[in-house]
Structure formats: structure tokens, C-alpha cells
Design a protein around this ligand. Structure first.
Ligand code: NAD
Ligand code: DAU
Length: 354
């Protein structure tokens, strides 16, 4: 666990953007439980991916405040910083789904991921100039996808070239550069994290693992893109949240930290494990047209965060996958509600003609 005597930063009031989404809501639960001295302001536009039901357990908690607002609207962001003197920002808000960036279009991704990040950085800097009592930090939550795709060997380090291959990844790479520029040009205390594929409770059922669990539970076909031999470095969301806590408190300003699950597995292996856990037949697997420009393999080298900050992954992939399958089985109302709404139109757009 974290050793508090080594913390350089002790944030009390943290602005979380995108806290109604998958990782953001897990992070809020994690931080409120782990640190009795932490207050959270959750700023979220409640797009299709934002769901306040993820936070019902904390909504009456005095240390938690929700503010509805859009990071791409400068007036919303200015009002937020005027109303809340925060010590740190942990920035999750983004358009996060690769398929949407490919099939619906990159415009929303450019707006939210690039412009939104820039407006937040500007407001953060302006608030700092008005005088902050405690050290202030901006943690930018980025992704391994900025590095592009790997061959069969090796892992991404923080020095790997930035070579994004899809519109989502390109906008995340651009936002990383804006954050580094704010640090370099204006001395903003900013840190970037690049994490691999997360899974766990509250993940929107458009992403591989929750989609496959939900489809299998409903005996629907499981759409596998191409040959299913693409490899991802899965990490349980609680491990990512703890890594972000370490970076927030102890990370070096201007630094990038890779965060990974430590093993990469093929999509077909993941899907077969899910089917086995649910005791469903492999005949549900249906190979469909591949994702355009599909990245073949991601794998992260987490040496820097492990050696510099002492973070270690706590959860084993197989055990965490079982816990996740159990969560979706026990919380079917949560994902059924999502799947019965607007999402069904999206499903037709992405999978209708494959
Ligand atoms: P998500 O799609 O589940 O949630 C995104 C949240 O951001 C939603 O609550 C949404 O309402 C909010 N949001 C979107 N646009 C907004 C705007 N303009 N203003 C305010 N709020 C807005 O995403 P996630 O999977 O939880 O990912 C969170 C962050 O982590 C993203 O920045 C993503 O790039 C990064 N990341 C995700 C993964 C992963 O595997 N999911 C891995 C590495 C990094
Ligand atoms: O690597 C980190 C990234 O992981 C994050 O930055 C993104 O926000 C997050 O969405 C995720 O991106 P991926 O594209 O890797 O995740 P996704 O769950 O969409 O897909 C995982 C793999 O499964 C990928 O190889 C595509 C494949 N897939 C996905 C879906 C939705 C299928 O074969 N069938 C599907 O229906």
C-alpha cells in the first residue's frame, strides 16, 4: 500500500472530469474509500457513456459533489474553477471508443479529447495564477494506444515513438502533447499516465469484455473482429485507480508513466474464458469483418512506475475476470437498461452490415 510519509503531494479536494464514466466512477469510489481526507468534485457532461447510477453509493456522501458540465464549453469550465478551489485535477473525460471514432466519425473526439483538454489546462492555469495554497497537479489519463501497434515481441516503454493508428488514439496523442506543452511552456505541474485495456464493474457494454459477457448472458452471437488473434494487455480497473493515486501523490511533474496488466492475451482467449465462466457454448462466437486498421498487439512496460513510485499490480487477470463476470451477472439491470435505450441504434450502426 501507499506509504504516506513518502507522499510529496497530499491533495484534499480533487476535481475528477468524466467521473460518471467507467474508470472515473471506479476512481471516485476508490479514492473516497482509501482516503478519508479526500473530497471529490465530479465534473461530467453525461454523454451516452456517463451514468450517475455508477455513483449512487456515494451520492449522499458529504465529501462528494457532482457538477454537470462540458469540458468543451469554456464558460462551464470557468464557472467550475470559480466555484471550487481544487488542489488537483484527474482528467478522465473523453470520447473513449475506437469503433465510434471510426464508424461515427472523429469530430466529437477532436472536440472533447483535444479542445476540451486544452480548455481545462487553460482554466487550471488561470486558477493557479489567482493563488493556490497547496501544490497543484494535473493528471492526464491517457492510453497505450498512442504508441500504435506492436509486433509479436517487446513492450511499449515511455520512450516508444508516438504512432497512433486510429482517430481516437490520434486525439489522445494530441491531448498528451498539449499537456506536455503546458508543462514545458508555462510550468504547469502536469503528469501523464498511459494505461492499457481496463476491465471491471461499470464498463459501458460497447467495449469487448462487457459486450461479450452481456451477449453471452442473453445467448446472442459474440462478434469477434477478424481472426480474434489481436492481443491486449488487460488490467483490472482497481489496479489502474491505485496507480493513478500513486502518480497523483508522488509522480514527477512533466513525466509520463506507463501502466499495464503485465500480460497480453488474445481476444479469442478472453472470449473463451468468459464463455467457460458462464457455461455457454463456443458456438456463440461469430467472426465478423475486422476493425479497419486494427492494432494487432499492445503490451506495456510498467518498470518506471514500479521502480520510481513503488506501484505493483494487485489483481490476477483470471480472478479479476471471474469477479467481473460475476458483477455483470449480478447487475444485469444496470447493463440491460443501457442496452434497451439509444444503444440499440448504435449496435445496428456498428454491427448491422459486418
Ligand atoms: P468512458 O467512455 O466510460 O467515460 C467517459 C466519461 O467522460 C463519461 O462519463 C462522459 O460523460 C464524460 N465526458 C465525455 N465527454 C465529455 C465532455 N465534453 N465534458 C465532460 N465530460 C465528458 O471512458 P473510460 O473508459 O472510463 O475512460 C476514461 C479515460 O481513460 C479516457 O480518457 C480514456 O482515454 C482513458 N483510458 C481508458 C482505457 C480503457 O480501457 N477504458 C485505458 C486507458 C486509458
Ligand atoms: O488500450 C487502451 C484502450 O482500450 C483505451 O484507450 C480505449 O478507451 C478502450 O476503448 C480500449 O480500446 P480497444 O479498442 O483496445 O478496446 P475494445 O474493448 O473496443 O476492443 C478490445 C479488442 O477487442 C480489440 O482488439 C477489438 C476487439 N473487439 C472489440 C469489440 C467491441 C472485437 O473483436 N469485437 C467487438 O465487438
Amino acid at each position: 500500500m501507499l506509504n504516506s510519509s513518502t507522499h510529496k503531494i497530499t491533495p484534499m479536494k480533487i476535481l475528477v472530469t468524466g467521473g460518471a464514466g467507467f474508470i472515473g466512477s471506479n476512481f471516485i469510489h476508490y479514492m473516497l474509500a482509501a482516503h478519508p481526507d479526500v473530497e471529490i468534485v465530479n465534473f461530467d457532461a453525461l454523454t451516452y457513456a456517463g451514468n450517475l447510477e455508477n455513483l449512487t453509493a456515494v451520492e449522499r456522501e458529504a465529501r462528494y459533489t457532482f457538477v454537470k458540465g462540458d469540458i468543451t464549453v469554456a464558460a462551464d469550465v470557468a464557472a467550475l474553477f470559480a466555484a471550487h478551489a481544487v488542489d488537483a485535477v484527474v482528467h478522465f473525460a473523453a470520447e473513449s471508443h475506437v469503433d465510434r471514432s471510426l464508424h461515427i466519425g472523429p469530430e466529437a473526439f477532436i472536440r472533447t479529447n483535444i479542445l476540451g483538454t486544452q480548455l481545462l489546462l487553460d482554466a487550471f492555469r488561470a486558477a493557479g495564477a489567482r493563488g493556490a495554497k497547496r501544490p497543484r497537479r494535473f493528471v492526464h489519463v491517457s492510453t497505450d494506444e498512442v504508441y500504435g501497434s506492436l509486433g509479436p515481441e517487446g513492450r511499449f516503454t515511455e520512450n516508444s515513438p508516438i504512432k497512433p493508428n486510429n482517430p481516437y488514439a490520434a486525439t489522445k496523442a494530441a491531448s498528451d502533447f498539449m499537456v506536455l506543452a503546458a508543462h514545458h511552456s508555462y510550468g504547469v505541474d502536469a503528469v501523464i499516465t498511459r494505461c492499457s485495456n481496463n476491465f471491471g464493474p461499470y464498463q459501458f457494454p460497447e467495449k469487448l469484455i462487457p459486450l461479450m459477457i452481456a451477449n453471452a448472458l442473453e445467448d446472442k452471437p459474440l462478434p469477434v473482429y477478424g481472426d480474434g488473434q489481436q492481443r491486449r494487455d488487460w488490467i483490472y480497473v482497481a489496479d489502474h485507480c491505485q496507480a493513478l493515486d500513486y502518480v497523483l501523490r508522488q509522480g514527477r511533474a512533466g513525466q509520463v508513466y506507463n501502466i499495464g496488466g503485465g500480460q497480453d492475451v488474445t481476444n479469442l482467449e478472453v472470449i473463451r474464458l468468459i464463455l467457460k465462466l458462464l457455461q455457454k457454448p463456443e458456438s456463440l462466437i461469430q467472426h465478423v469483418t475486422d476493425r479497419p486498421g486494427h492494432d494487432r498487439r499492445y503490451a506495456m512496460d510498467s518498470t518506471r512506475i514500479e521502480t520510481e513510485l513503488g506501484w505493483r499490480r494487485q489483481f490476477d487477470f483470471a480472478a479479476a475476470l471471474k469477479a467481473t463476470v460475476d458483477w455483470y451477472r449480478q447487475n444485469s439491470a444496470w447493463w440491460q437498461c443501457i442496452r434497451s435505450g439509444q444503444y440499440s441504434k448504435y449496435y445496428e450502426t456498428i454491427y448491422g452490415n459486418r
